[in-house]
Structure formats: structure tokens, C-alpha cells
Write a protein that binds this ligand. Structure first.
Ligand code: HEM
Length: 406
């Protein structure tokens, strides 16, 4: 490592050009990368390997647990704020490897299987319709982030977990701070404390009065028999609350922007709703909101894409660039729901940590976008794409506002 001149390396994370939300990495930053697996300088010091090709990104993500997800392992490339100690993140299996990860993920898996998500769909529809009724009643113009993209996943996840919806403003604020790269350690601690207090309140309520929700089931089926500690159950709930909210909200907002730029696809959602799953899949590939890449640290020496990576070195698997890899996706910067290999995109990650909430995220996106195109066939952007403000410093790419009219 001594021979690496860190100051000379391209600085990461790249900020997509502010006027081009559909460009994962700007030309200037791309031009500074000298190989498909190459070193970048990290914001908090040190460097990591940036992995950009589809096949190599898959190889990194498939290599778990040799490629560790634990941010407390020395050498882990920290780009996102995380709780300061593993104890404070008990239950949050996104940060775990091996049997600990498997044990906790297994408990949550049935909740997010397709047949359970199908049961939640009427509820997503209801949330979508309520939001659209409000938008119609208030009249044009509307900000689709505040009135649609944020509340729909927020209502859904609150219901799924059993968190009273009145709390959604509060947890939305906490989750925004958690997903802000500019948050300090104190701010992240404060988020942890706020979310813990919220979960304690919900768990106490469910203990007395259980319902048909994830937290009640965790209490009766897992904490009761001693499969997990109350601390872990709390961490599990907090992780789902944050992971299930921000990503889906940003995807809904950016999808509306992309579809209004391509009115033929927006119209297709209304006229041929059976096309919706392919359009949603291409939106996931094209937008890849987890722009900062997926961080890992090598636990053993290995080779990725012909590059030797030593134990203790950090790796950033750039799913946003992998999803634009022309080897697999010809004309990868074009938007084409009919492309071959559509389903090989990596927007939800790959391997043992692949997103557990993907059936839910797909349903939310499909229902939200189809219903929107039916109710507001003449929806238009109130500003050009290049004038739409992106949220600065966020872990996942998202719009700060999306003004529309009709
Ligand atoms: C479009 C929306 C979404 C996107 C793009 C997305 C993306 C991702 C990605 C890339 C990962 C892999 C992280 C890694 O390998 O370290 C992941 C993991 C995860 N996601 Fe999602 N996600 C979305 C929605 C959701 C929803 C709705 C939920 C829950 C309600 C959820 C819960 C999780 C959880 C719990 C994990 C950790 C899985 C594990 O470590 O085993 N996500 N997500």
C-alpha cells in the first residue's frame, strides 16, 4: 500500500453532473479511471478499488463472505454513515456476514416473499389513490416528491411493520439524516437514539395489543421462543424502516421524471399495463439509485477482473456502472424496456445480500406509476429535466423536488 499516492487518485464518491440526473458518472470522472478495476480516493481518507464492469461487480458480490459487508472490519471503504459499533447495529443484517447474516435474514424472508407482497398490494393501491386524490383536490402545480414519491413507500412500510402512520413524518426526517453523507457521527447517533425510542414505543404497544404486522410476528414468533433478542428485533425493524423507504421513494420520483421525458412509455403504462413490469425493470436498470456503489472489504487475497486484491483492501462494486456495461446492455445509455438481458441488471445487488424488499419495491413502483398515468394522462414537467434539483449528499440518488402540472 506504501506505493499508492492517494492524493493523485480520482476522488470518490463522484457526484453525477447536477444537471444530468440520468448520467451515473460524468465524462470527466470516467476519463480519470484508467482501468475497469482501479483505485479511487475515499472521502474519509485512504483508497479503495472501484469495480465497474458487470461481470466483475457480480464476482465481488458473489464472493461474500470473503468479501465482507461489515463496516467495522479494518479496511472497509466507508462512504456512508453507519452506526459506530456493531452493538448499536444489532439485528441490522445488511452489515453482517456468514451465519449471523443468514440467521436474521431467514426470519424476515417470508414477510417479503411474492405471495405476501401480493397481500399488501391492495394497501399500496389505497395509499396511491389517497395521494392522487389529494393532488387532484389541491390542483396544479404539484411537487410529486412531497405529495407522492415520499408518502407512498412511507405509508406502505409503516403498515407492513405496524408503525402508526402518524409517526411517518418523524421517521422520514430521521431517515433523511441517516442517508445524508454529510451527517456527523453525533447526528447519526441522534438518529439511532430517535429510531430506538420509536421502536421501543411500537414494540411496547404490540406487546399489549399485537396486530397483523411484522413487528407483532417478530414478538410472538421470534422473541418469545428466544430466537432473537429484543435488541436485535429493534435493529431489524429500524433497518427495514430505512432501507424500505428512501430507495423506493427516490425510484418513484426519478421514474416519473424519466417517463415524462419519454411520454410514449408513460402512455404505454396506461394503454398497455401488461408492459408495466418491463418498463419498471428498465427504470431500475437505467436509474440505479444506489449510485455510490456497494462497499465490501476483502478478507483474503483474490483476483477480480484480472486485478489482484489483497486481504484488508476495500472494494466498491459500482452497480450503476455495471448496469450501463455495453458488453451486456448494448446502447446502455438508451432507455429500452424491450432490451434483451433486462433481468440481469444489478439494481438490487447480487448474491446473499441481494435486496430482500425487491418484490415489494417492484409492486410499489408498478402500482404507483400505472395509477398515476391513468389518473393524470396529461401530466407534464413544470421545469426542464436539467432544472430539477437533486438532493445533495445522499447515499441514494434522488430529486429534492419534482414540480409537475396537468
Ligand atoms: C427500488 C427500491 C430498492 C432498491 C434499489 C434497493 C437496493 C438494494 C441493494 C442494492 C441492496 C444490496 C446491499 C448490499 O449488497 O450490501 C439492498 C439490500 C437490502 N434491501 Fe433493498 N432496495 C430497495 C427497496 C427495498 C425495500 C422496499 C426494502 C424493505 C422493505 C428493502 C430492504 C433491504 C434489506 C433488508 C436489505 C439487506 C439484505 C441483506 O443484507 O441480506 N429494500 N437493497
Amino acid at each position: 500500500m506504501a506505493d499508492v499516492d492517494v492524493a493523485e487518485l480520482p476522488a470518490f464518491p463522484f457526484v453525477s453532473p447536477p444537471s444530468q440526473p440520468f448520467v451515473p458518472v460524468g465524462e470527466d470522472d470516467l476519463a480519470r479511471l484508467d482501468a475497469p478495476v482501479t483505485r479511487v480516493r475515499l472521502p474519509l481518507g485512504g483508497w479503495a478499488w472501484l469495480v465497474t464492469r458487470h461481470a466483475d461487480v457480480r464476482a465481488v458480490l458473489r464472493a461474500a463472505p470473503t468479501m465482507s459487508s461489515s463496516p467495522w472490519t479494518p479496511g472497509f471503504p466507508l462512504i456512508n454513515p453507519v452506526p459506530p459499533t456493531p452493538e448499536q447495529a444489532a439485528g441490522a443484517f445488511i452489515y453482517m456476514d456468514g451465519i449471523d447474516h443468514v440467521r436474521l435474514r431467514k426470519m424476515l424472508l417470508p414477510e417479503f416473499m411474492l405471495r405476501n407482497v401480493k397481500r399488501v398490494e391492495p394497501l399500496i393501491e389505497q395509499s396511491v389513490i389517497e395521494c392522487l386524490d389529494d393532488i387532484e383536490a389541491t390542483g396544479a402545480p404539484a411537487d410529486m416528491i412531497r405529495s407522492f414519491a415520499l408518502p407512498v413507500p412511507s405509508m406502505t412500510i409503516c403498515h407492513l411493520l405496524g408503525v402508526p402512520y402518524e409517526e411517518h413524518d418523524y421517521f422520514q426526517k430521521l431517515s433523511l439524516a441517516y442517508m445524508d453523507r454529510a451527517s456527523t457521527e453525533d447526528e447519526i447517533n441522534a438518529v439511532g437514539e430517535g429510531l430506538t425510542a420509536l421502536m421501543v414505543k411500537v414494540i411496547e404497544q404490540k406487546f399489549v395489543n399485537p396486530g397483523d404486522d411484522l413487528i407483532s410476528r417478530l414478538l410472538t414468533e421470534q422473541i418469545g421462543p428466544g430466537n432473537i433478542t429484543p435488541q436485535e428485533a429493534m435493529g431489524l425493524g429500524m433497518m427495514v424502516l430505512i432501507a424500505g423507504h428512501e430507495t423506493s421513494a427516490n425510484m418513484i420520483g426519478l421514474s416519473i421524471l424519466k417517463l415524462l421525458e419519454h411520454p410514449e412509455h408513460y402512455a404505454a403504462l396506461r394503454e398497455t399495463p401488461e408492459r408495466a413490469p418491463a418498463i419498471v425493470e428498465e427504470l431500475l436498470r437505467y436509474l440505479t439509485v444506489v449510485r455510490g456503489g456497494i462497499p465490501r472489504v476483502a478478507m483474503e487475497d483474490m483476483e477480480i477482473g484480472g486485478q489482484k486484491i489483497k486481504a484488508g483492501e476495500g472494494v466498491l462494486a459500482m452497480i450503476s456502472l455495471a448496469n450501463r456495461d455495453p458488453e451486456l446492455f448494448p446502447d446502455s445509455a438508451g432507455f429500452d424496456p424491450d432490451r434483451e438481458q433486462l433481468h440481469q441488471h444489478l439494481a438490487f445487488g447480487f448474491g446473499v445480500h441481494q435486496c430482500i424488499g425487491q418484490p415489494l419495491a417492484r409492486s410499489e413502483l408498478r402500482i404507483a406509476l400505472v395509477e398515476l398515468s391513468r389518473r393524470f394522462p396529461d401530466l407534464k414537467l413544470a421545469r426542464s429535466v436539467s432544472e430539477m434539483p437533486l438532493r445533495p449528499n445522499t447515499v441514494t440518488l434522488g430529486l429534492a423536488e419534482l414540480p409537475v402540472t396537468w
